[in-house]
Design a protein around this ligand. Sequence first.
Ligand SMILES: N[C@@H](CCC(=O)N[C@@H](CS)C(=O)NCC(=O)O)C(=O)O
Length: 206
Amino acid sequence: MGAKFKVHGDLRSGNCLKVKWVADHLGLEYEWHDVDVMAGETRTEAFLTTVNPAGQIPALVWPDGRRLAQSNAILRYLARGSVLLPDDPFVMAKVDEWLFWEQYSHEPYVAVARFLMLYRGESAAARPADLVARGESALDFMERALAEAPMLVGSTPTIADVALLAYTRVAHEGGFSLAFRPNTQRWISECESALGIAPIGKKELQ
Ligand SMILES: N[C@@H](CCC(=O)N[C@@H](CS)C(=O)NCC(=O)O)C(=O)O
């Protein structure tokens, strides 16, 4: 894997936790550097020039100056050659299918609703109706997929599961309920157990 890299991230952010979970599960050596988004730390001149010109976390920086951003691109890179990203071209493409879907059809609704409530202190009732409808629809889509198969791709967790786990397990913090989504609840518990992540808890999944 090469030299120890630095992960710039925030442990409250699902996008950042994805990276931590994969690095920890694979036993990679890294240094974690906490970044406070709400304090504007991703927009300083130093951050933009030395970490990520796009002003976002997670972002990886290597001692030789190489940098990598976008959570799912980072997952793909860190997990290459491991059980989390099987080496079969079609399986890889199915993993990518979920990674792109997560960033376009799930995270912009489920994670943004959480941001509004958790970071901005807004109420569930104040969430925009379209955001709620799209978030519910994303969670329904996952519930249907997980009725058909143990994991999103195949029978053991891949980075597709890691990417979707990040904001799905805390969907309640964005005002969504998993109470009537038993397949999703089962999948969350199995992913947490397989990845060695402390369980979010039954109450939170209701
Ligand atoms: N598509 C990006 C999204 C990254 C993102 O939205 N990061 C947030 C924290 S979760 C951030 O850095 N926000 C700070 C800002 O935009 O100024 C990814 O998957 O890494």
